[in-house]
Design a binder for this molecule. Structure first.
Ligand SMILES: Nc1ncnc2c1ncn2[C@@H]1O[C@H](COP(=O)(O)OP(=O)(O)OP(=O)(O)O)[C@@H](O)[C@H]1O
Ligand SMILES: [Mg+2]
Length: 459
């Protein structure tokens, strides 16, 4: 097995030699005597372990500490899994705490006992191995549990994947429905990628984001001089998507006048530019998405019924995140891995409470909300684990991290303890106060393992 690499940073040549001699059997060792050479070696050799002496310069005292912390900061920023062991002759506890908060693995006060230091290093390497393995396994798991970039393996999503697989290779129009943030755009891309059109263009247009008077020319293009300002011929999104796929996002926002033009395309695959004289035949597959109920829009007269039927050949409904059992945590780790790389702090995962909060949150904004919360948490967290507070998912923020049963039991315990305290441990009094009989109270005491305050049992 390859030896782990260790960088020893110390201005004292004697100590460098001593440590090298003592540790070279177990480590591939690099030596640095000052900040510059240390930083140089860190970036070129990427050591697994750094033994860092704070008092780098023999002449300065106060400021030298900062040099050590600066190196520490750079190491942790480059790779948070690098284990830095601070070694110092200065028994300053506050500094030790600061170093640990900044991501040092451990702290060691001189004089050096090589045996002891060797043990600390061995443990650091062991922990590092576990952390790396953990991240690798997690990434592997997330890798396995996704489909064309869509993360999740709940039965509800596997159903979606099957539908996508089923329609991808045909040219049929697909309508993707789902609430905001459920991944409609991602699903449309998955269809595109899995189809034979994967090499052709994938063109996106959000029908709700473009002013009505510009939308027609955006979609269908225009001829030179067709209206004031049309100084040249413009190719619209339909033509841009030739040979590929056009994704019409928020199709429910399409004004009635343009609904006619879209219908025409779906019927005979032809469009006409604004001001154009000739129809243009195109080979474009249309995928449309909506978070409105189109059926209702039809009833309200805002959406053409014939267009609705044309679009609705195949309909894929994306489930709410809260209905995808087990996926929220998988997605959370996926977003953590995706957004962590740009993050300086050493963040290795979520606390158990945070995991629970993620699994039980309502996720009204679905996957997008989850992603946003993780992005924000990465900024505010003190690390190394993201807490439910970092995620803004504390109990009082409207999320439920208890099951109803657990919540009831918690309340039971609180009431019983309170009643026992009031009655100074008198069971009869307490049971009267609680409105239950003594047998029931005894049972509950046993169930919840509530100990009696000192006092007598009965009246
Ligand atoms: N299953 C998933 N796996 C990984 N990332 C996802 C998944 N679903 C959604 N996302 C991510 O969540 C964000 C929102 O997804 P997307 O834009 O596809 O949702 P949407 O349904 O189109 O939302 P809206 O209706 O608000 O436009 C994107 O950053 C997307 O990459
Ligand atoms: Mg969208």
């Amino acid at each position: 097995m390859k030896k782990p690499t260790l960088l020893i940073v110390d201005d004292d040549e004697g100590i460098r030699k001593q440590l090298k001699w003592a540790l070279e059997e177990d480590y591939t060792i690099f030596l640095a005597s000052d900040k510059e050479s240390a930083l140089e070696m860190i970036s070129t050799n990427k050591p697994d372990l750094v033994a860092l002496d704070l008092g780098l310069s023999p002449h300065m005292s106060g400021e030298t500490d900062d040099e050590g912390l600066e190196i520490l900061h750079r190491v942790v920023k480059r790779d948070p899994l690098t284990k830095v062991i601070m070694i110092t002759g200065n028994e300053n506890k506050e500094y030790a705490i600061k170093a640990i908060q900044m991501g040092a693995h451990d702290y060691y006060f001189k004089p050096i006992d090589v045996k002891e230091l060797r043990l600390i290093m061995k443990r650091a390497v062991h922990i590092q191995g576990l952390e790396r393995e953990n991240i690798r396994l997690r990434e592997e798991l997330v890798q396995k549990k996704q489909f064309a970039g869509m993360v999740g393996w709940s039965p509800a999503m596997q159903d979606v994947y099957k539908q996508i697989e089923g329609v991808a290779s045909s040219n049929v129009t697909v309508l993707i429905e789902g609430e905001s943030g459920t991944g409609k755009e991602l699903a449309s891309k998955a269809i595109y990628e899995k189809s034979d059109r994967g090499k052709g263009p994938f063109v996106v247009i959000n029908c709700g984001a473009i002013p009505e008077n510009l939308l027609e020319s955006e979609l269908f293009g225009h001829e030179k001089g067709s209206f004031t300002g049309a100084t040249g011929t413009k190719i619209g999104k339909f033509e841009q998507a030739e040979g590929g796929t056009l994704f019409l996002d928020e199709v429910g926002e399409l004004p009635l006048s343009l609904q006619v033009k879209l219908l025409r395309f779906l019927q005979d695959h032809q469009i006409e530019r604004v001001g154009g004289k000739q129809p243009i035949k195109l080979d474009v597959r249309v995928i449309a998405a909506t978070n409105r109920d189109l059926e209702q829009e039809v009833e309200a007269g805002r959406f053409r019924k014939d267009l609705y039927f044309r679009l609705n050949v195949v309909r894929i409904l994306l489930p709410l995140l809260k209905d995808r059992f087990g996926d929220a945590l998988l997605l959370a780790y996926h977003f953590l891995d995706r957004h962590r790389s740009s993050q300086k702090r050493k963040i290795t995962g979520f606390t158990p409470e945070a995991e629970k909060a993620i699994q039980t949150a309502e996720w009204k904004g679905n996957v997008r909300e989850l992603e946003n919360r993780i992005r924000k948490a990465l900024i505010v967290t003190q690390g190394p684990m993201i807490t439910e507070k970092d995620l803004g998912l504390e109990n009082d923020q409207g999320i439920i991290s208890f099951s109803l049963k657990e919540a009831r039991e918690e309340l039971d315990k609180k009431y019983i303890t309170m009643a026992l305290k009031n009655s100074k441990g008198n069971i009869s009094k307490a049971s009267r106060e609680l409105g239950i009989n003594r047998v029931t109270l005894h049972d509950l005491l046993k169930k919840y393992a509530i100990s009696m305050p000192t006092g007598d049992d009965d009246e």
